[in-house]
Design a protein around this ligand. Sequence first.
Ligand SMILES: C[S@@+](CC[C@H](N)C(=O)[O-])C[C@H]1O[C@@H](n2cnc3c(N)ncnc32)[C@H](O)[C@@H]1O
Length: 244
Amino acid sequence: MFTFIQTKDGSPTLRIGRPEDGGEPMHSLEGALSETRYIYGDALLKASEIEARPRVLSVGLGLGYVEILAAACFLKAGLSAAECGGVTYELIDALRDNFVNWLRDKPTQDAAFKQAYDTILEGTANVSVPGTSPPDEIKTFLRSMIEGGSWRLEGPLSVSTKIEEPFGCICFDAFSSKTSPDLWNEEFLKTFLTQASGERCVLSTYACTGTLKRALIHAEYALTIRAGFANKRDSTFAVKHAQP
Ligand SMILES: C[S@@+](CC[C@H](N)C(=O)[O-])C[C@H]1O[C@@H](n2cnc3c(N)ncnc32)[C@H](O)[C@@H]1O
């Protein structure tokens, strides 16, 4: 069911299922780590720097690139594991279980998962956030957030998910609308963004659909349309400012 693929910057991505059955890789084959850094790095750094207690909402754990990068950004900003955190939604139990096992230095389903997480951690420490901490420190920090309950790993996001707190940063990294149509539906996005966005919030995503843009404007975001990563056309970076 899981196929690991090495992308062009040497970092791994994962495909679930067979391409002929609609299975899509989780990241650009041009570079999973580079794509994560490009799409989510600025949002995570900005939230870490401007919020006293930054909280991140991540949609789609996948291989945990966003979570590892968030931990690196929090550490860079001099925060403690209790002062920051987030919530990640992920449909597939095995992805959550493998990630937590790896964080706790327990065996993963197979060696390829551990190897992938180790590569992502090394890459994040060395390349993604200049001046960041060594890999072990980032991993310990993330484990402390998860074990201390300041970062929670939840099941799938859906129309019935109750969002219980506002966030200062949203990394919306769901599969495409072809694979996960419910998460790109305009009505869903409007409700989700209204509930999940703090008074000040920054949202980043690799996507740039009309429904997303309308939902972001409805939720009082100002949009910046950026170039997409590699061969993708556009991506979206949106900021919601505190009301005076
Ligand atoms: C593009 S990948 C995310 C990659 C990830 N951000 C990373 O850093 O590796 C999309 C992920 O969304 C998950 N997913 C699909 N439907 C979902 C849902 N309804 N709620 C949460 N996650 C979902 C998939 O299982 C997959 O792991």
